[in-house]
Ligand binder design. Structure first.
Ligand code: FAD
Length: 481
């Protein structure tokens, strides 16, 4: 049976009223879906943008509403909008999807789009730590950040680094504890992470690496009634007025266990079009859904691990994926693009236009620096630098951007090269090595972002003349082969 066509679908339910949910609703109406649309949310708030919660924690005291920012207004798009009635159970069979909500209602629909995002991780035993994922979390953190207060941030990842910089800038005494050997080591590798470490001292933040946090308990040693204390694996104890756990996020899929096959990270594995793929695990009855039932389930945004033509399965966690992917998913769901999951060479043979393949993209402003990461670095990649990081020390020298935000002078980039096992790598006619770039990290190089995005979004591997690619006076696009 083919995917139900637009005319077969008279009702759709979207679970999640964040960026991906809002974009799905907008795309459904844009592509002509006139049936009944239900949107379920959990926070009691209209959709808003999360990146400013850390980057502009103190500058923006109100959420950045997507209705203002993107013009996506769920009240106009949905027939039934319930912003504080989360889904608690899903049953899906060959005939329909049935979503039970926390208020006890059952919402039946022809298809369900899961856009329920992720939730911040707070490890067991860290009861006194707060996390930063929602507007309410940001409000709590903002209220506590006064000059002189002691903030301990656990985790030198994207969000930990951003908050540490903002808090230190506001006069807080900030310590960041990182279990790995360097900031962002898990995301960017040790070599690049080591280059970011001096930024902490430059910004007045104490960075403690190579030590895990055991517990975060209420009350400091001098005052058991107030603040929190962080016990480290090496026996040290840090007293704090506030502790932020910034150790990652996990798909908000707990409510789906037993209904759908989940990956080990809690994500939902979907094909290029965003349709659920059945995982065949003999121990998980949810993995034995009938194909006609699977065809009713779609997932977008942070909850989805989506197949990418170049990078393979890419777990969620990218704002740009939540922004862009719903359009292709809705086109496939409505039957406007019947072969959306086919590889590009098959689509080309059928005379179909390529499906946009946005490379995974993360942006960050942290500790006075600007980062943009395209692609997926792997621990097995060879990492080479294009340009050199400026020596650390002193405040960030600035070059004003259009938005008026200063960035450090002296941009550089890291290229993550696929580790060619071939003992005779390809060469250009000039004898230069040809390398496949899996990821590009741009640091303080806002003017390079546009061209690198274009190169990485072409939906095919980026191959470069390595000698030219490492010369920062040559544009990366002029180093491609
Ligand atoms: C502080 C912060 C900074 C970030 N900065 C960046 C950045 O710089 N760059 C970047 O690429 N990404 C960044 N991200 C990640 C980015 O915001 C996400 O990738 C994006 O928001 C994903 O959108 P989404 O709609 O899939 O999920 P979400 O934004 O998480 O929205 C999902 C919504 O679904 C709701 N929900 C959950 N469960 C249910 C349920 N059972 N029923 C109904 N509703 C439910 C949730 O409450 C939530 O409102 C940041 C995230 C945070 C928290």
């Amino acid at each position: 049976m083919p995917t139900p066509s637009a005319s077969d679908l008279s009702s759709i339910v979207i679970v999640g009223a964040g960026l991906a949910g809002a974009q799905t609703a907008a795309a459904l109406r844009k592509h002509g879906f006139e049936g009944r649309l239900t949107v379920l949310g959990a926070e009691g708030l209209p959709p808003y943008d999360r990146p400013p919660l850390s980057k502009e924690l103190l500058k923006r005291t109100e959420p950045v509403w997507l209705a203002d920012d993107l013009g996506v207004d769920l009240t106009a798009l949905a027939d039934d909008l319930r912003l504080a009635d989360p889904a608690v159970r899903l049953e899906v069979d060959r005939e329909r999807a049935l979503v039970r909500t926390s208020s006890g209602d059952d919402v039946a629909a022809d298809a369900v789009v899961l856009a329920c995002g992720s939730a911040a991780v707070r490890p067991a035993g860290w009861d006194a730590a707060i996390t930063l994922h929602t507007a309410a979390d940001a409000e709590r953190l903002r209220a506590a950040l006064v000059p002189g207060m002691r903030l301990v941030v656990v985790g030198a990842g994207w969000i930990g680094a951003e908050v540490a910089g903002v808090a230190a800038g506001a006069g807080a005494r900030v310590t960041v504890v990182e279990a790995g050997p360097a900031p962002l080591e898990r995301q960017l590798g040790r070599k690049v992470g080591g280059l970011l470490a001096p930024w902490y001292e430059d910004a007045g933040v104490t960075l403690v690496t190579d030590v895990a946090v055991d517990q975060v308990l209420p009350g400091t040693r001098e005052n058991p009634e107030d603040g929190a204390r962080v016990t480290l694996a090496d026996g040290r104890v840090l007293d704090a007025d506030l502790v932020l756990a910034a150790v990652g996020a996990r798909p908000a899929s707990g409510w789906l266990s037993g209904s759908l096959p989940l990956e080990s990270n809690g994500g939902l594995r979907v094909n290029r079009a965003g349709r659920l793929m059945g995982l065949h695990s003999p121990t998980d009855p949810a993995g034995r859904l009938h194909l006609d039932a699977l065809r009713r389930v779609w997932a977008v945004g942070d909850i989805a691990t989506r197949e990418h033509p170049v990078f393979g399965p890419v777990p969620g966690g990218h704002w740009s994926a939540a922004l862009h992917d719903p359009d292709a998913t809705v086109r496939a769901l409505l039957g406007l693009d019947e072969r959306a999951a086919e590889p590009e060479h098959v689509r080309a043979r059928l005379g179909l236009a390529p499906v946009p393949a946005h490379a995974p993209y993360v942006f960050s402003q942290q500790l006075g620096h600007d980062l943009a990461l395209f692609g997926v670095p792997s621990p097995f990649d060879e990492v080479v630098l294009r340009g050199a990081p400026a020596p650390s020390g002193g405040p960030v020298a600035s070059e004003p951007l259009a938005a008026g935000r200063p960035v450090a002078a002296g941009g550089w980039a890291a290229l993550y090269l696929e580790n060619a096992l071939d003992r005779h790598p390809r060469r250009t006619p000039d004898g230069h090595r040809v390398a496949t770039v899996r990821a590009v990290l741009l640091v303080d190089s806002p003017r390079e972002v546009g061209q690198v995005r274009k190169l990485m979004n072409r939906g095919m591997p980026l191959e470069v003349d390595l000698t030219r690619a490492l010369d920062p006076t040559i544009k990366l696009k002029d180093a491609t082969v």
